[in-house]
Ligand binder design. Structure first.
Ligand SMILES: [Zn+2]
Length: 429
């Protein structure tokens, strides 16, 4: 390619990028996860899949060594050999046989992004560490649909470097959505298998949905979530026996042995199962709450809750997930944690000062009496309207607490819509 052609190509890419960004404004970004069916892979393909992540790790670690003395921008991404250390810490040269060109670029790109964000943190006077060598590489970015990966049909994809089609499960989540566009994807090596997290763009549905009336929600320790309609969600997930078992197993295995490595993999699997369950419950709760036209909640610091006293950290992390998902929604109004949602009497307007955590019923001298949590949930609506007239994402003190949504990062955004309703057995009251 001559210099002129190269410049022309760059201009073309830039122009295309501009057009795409303009188009994205009218679209909504969703990430769907599909699972790669390894039972349909032959032995060579399984090795290939495994080696992708091993080679990505090698490349990552080699590039990290390179950055100690050089600029990462000078790293040759077309390289076929990288330096590393073997088991006994002796230098060794690894051949890169499986990793595709775009995959290599994305590994280096990842380092560039990390360095950039570290630099920006440093600039804003945060204490920063440095990037570390990886012992596991779990997420390879596949930059372009129809280049690094492509869909042949609903159940088959192609990956750069693989000759045969690869069977996947779960594309039905988005397959029939009209006008959906596939952007980048991430190949994930999770404890329970390989996944592809696909970033998609679809047009913002213009049709008017019918919502239920507004709702206030109170998050608490006794009952996890209480709505102003009087519904109580109680989330209880126990840390499984399996996790404890795996932890004991690891402790018995010799440090650095392959048996310890295997035991660690088992533990990771058990943890992932727990995480999936939490995510599932959070998704279902959020889905049900967002059936309402507007949701009012309070900006409670869930992680600060008496961890030791109540001990159910697992339950709290579900509430944390629910809160994080709600905060980013435009139909949710968040009140400051300083609003007296529990103390305020909706009938006479007085504040009851001496209410403690043990009082499960709110009683006012004026005769008003209500369940404490339902009372708080109803007050959310009242107080929010009183103070802000429903300003979105701004709390009663005018601070914008809405977090910036990061759409391009498949690891962070989980937007699949749960289709089954929250089963009644989880509800109480
Ligand atoms: Zn009263």
């Amino acid at each position: 390619m001559t210099e002129e052609e190269r410049l022309a190509k760059n201009t073309r890419i830039r122009e295309q990028g501009k057009l795409t960004r303009e188009k994205r404004k009218g679209q909504v970004c969703r990430v769907y996860r599909v699972k790669i069916d390894i039972s349909h892979l032959n032995e060579a393909q399984r090795v290939h899949m495994k080696m992708l992540f091993v080679e990505a790790k090698w490349l990552y670690n080699d590039a990290l060594t390179f950055t100690q003395k050089n600029d990462i921008n000078d790293y040759d991404t077309t390289t076929h050999t990288v330096q590393g250390l073997d088991k006994d810490k002796q230098p060794i040269t690894h051949e890169l046989e499986y990793l595709g060109s775009q995959m290599k670029q994305s590994v280096i790109q990842g380092i560039k992004h990390s360095l950039k964000s570290l630099a920006s943190l440093k600039k804003h006077n945060h204490t920063v560490g440095s990037l570390r060598y990886k012992s596991d590489y779990v997420s390879i970015n596949l930059q372009q649909h129809s280049v690094t990966y492509r869909f042949y049909d609903e159940n088959h994809i192609g990956l750069q470097g693989f000759k045969e089609h690869i069977r996947i499960k779960g594309a039905n989540q988005f397959w029939n959505i009209p006008g959906i566009e596939l952007a980048n994807a991430k190949l994930l090596n999770l404890p329970d298998g390989y996944y592809l997290a696909i970033t998609t763009y679809q047009s913002k549905g213009g049709e008017q949905r019918k919502y239920k009336p507004e709702i206030g929600i109170d998050m608490g320790i006794k009952t996890s979530i209480t709505t102003s309609d009087g519904e109580k969600y109680k989330v209880l997930i126990e840390e499984s026996e399996r996790i404890k078992k795996c932890q004991r197993l690891i402790a018995r295995r010799k440090n650095g042995s392959s048996n310890r490595y295997k035991a660690r993999k088992l533990l990771q699997r058990a943890y992932q199962r727990l995480t999936s369950r939490k995510k599932d419950i959070a998704n279902k709760i959020v889905h049900e709450l967002l059936e309402h036209e507007r949701v009012y909640m309070q900006d409670e610091n869930i992680s600060e809750w008496h961890k030791g006293l109540f001990g159910r950290t697992v339950q709290h992390s579900v509430l944390g997930l629910v809160k994080a998902k709600l905060i980013n929604n435009e139909r949710v109004t968040v009140l400051s944690s300083r609003e007296p949602t529990t103390k305020y009497c909706p009938v006479c307007g007085k504040l009851k000062k001496d209410i403690t955590l043990a009082d499960r019923v709110y009683e006012c001298p004026c005769g008003y009496r209500e369940d404490r949590d339902i009372h708080a949930a109803r007050n959310m609506i009242l107080l929010a309207k009183k103070n802000t007239c429903g300003t979105q994402g701004i709390n009663a003190f005018g601070e914008d607490i809405r977090r910036k949504q990061e759409c391009c990062n498949a690891d962070l955004v989980e937007l699949g819509s749960p289709r089954f309703s929250w089963s009644a057995s989880h509800k109480r009251g």
